[in-house]
Design a protein around this ligand. Structure first.
Ligand code: PRP
Length: 185
């Protein structure tokens, strides 16, 4: 996807998805998700850190009865990134047995983080589990992951902004962009 919006940060090479495109898509997804759950209560859980920005904007398009919650995870180290085994640093506050759970992510890359989390969360017997991610890299996906709502598919490039960081920077950019190679090389 291309956009003609000019980056407003010197480290950004190009804007892949503009602020307006993101906001329009989140409004569409909010309407779809609201219609899916209807009058049912849903626990909407963001995976920190990146998803906090998506959740803030997306949640304001939800018209369902929602409870918000957060999880924080970390991989066990460089060698285990590919195994997908993650450590839960902060678990959900909510008990999810018998309740609908919607997991909100900023990006799905290999899919291993969510695959592991799903296995864990399913053991708690929620009424349903769905996944919504603003971004997805289809070329990178290593596992079969049931992602119900995706904002945008992106190519296999290093993207930052709108919650996504490089060394904890760039999360507050209002668009999704690519970094100039000299920034990370
Ligand atoms: C990102 C993203 C997912 C995970 C996806 O988080 O928010 O949680 O990576 O990768 P995967 O599909 O290959 O498992 P990251 O580790 O960058 O942490 P952050 O959200 O705290 O920046």
């Amino acid at each position: 996807m291309t956009s003609h919006t000019a980056p407003d940060h010197p480290d950004i090479e190009k804007v892949l998805i503009s602020q307006a495109q993101i906001q329009d898509r989140l409004a569409e997804l909010g309407a779809e998700v609201s219609s899916h759950y209807g009058d049912d209560e849903v626990v909407v859980a963001a995976v920190l850190k990146g998803a906090f920005i998506v959740l803030a904007d997306f949640s304001r398009h939800l018209s369902t009865n929602t409870v918000f919650d957060f999880m924080a995870v970390s991989s066990y180290g460089a060698s285990t990134k590919s195994s997908g085994v993650v450590r839960i640093l902060k678990d959900l506050d909510a008990e999810i047995e018998g309740r609908h759970l919607l997991i909100v992510e900023d990006i799905i890359d290999s899919g291993l983080t969510l695959s592991y989390l799903l296995k864990n969360l399913k053991t708690r017997k929620p009424a349903s589990i769905e996944i919504m991610s603003l971004l997805m890299k289809p070329e990178q996906l290593k596992v079969d992951l049931p992602v119900r709502w995706v904002g945008f598919e992106v190519p296999n490039e290093f993207v930052v902004g709108y919650g996504l960081d490089y060394a904890e920077r760039y999360r507050t950019l209002r668009y999704i962009g690519t970094l100039k190679p000299e920034v990370y090389s």
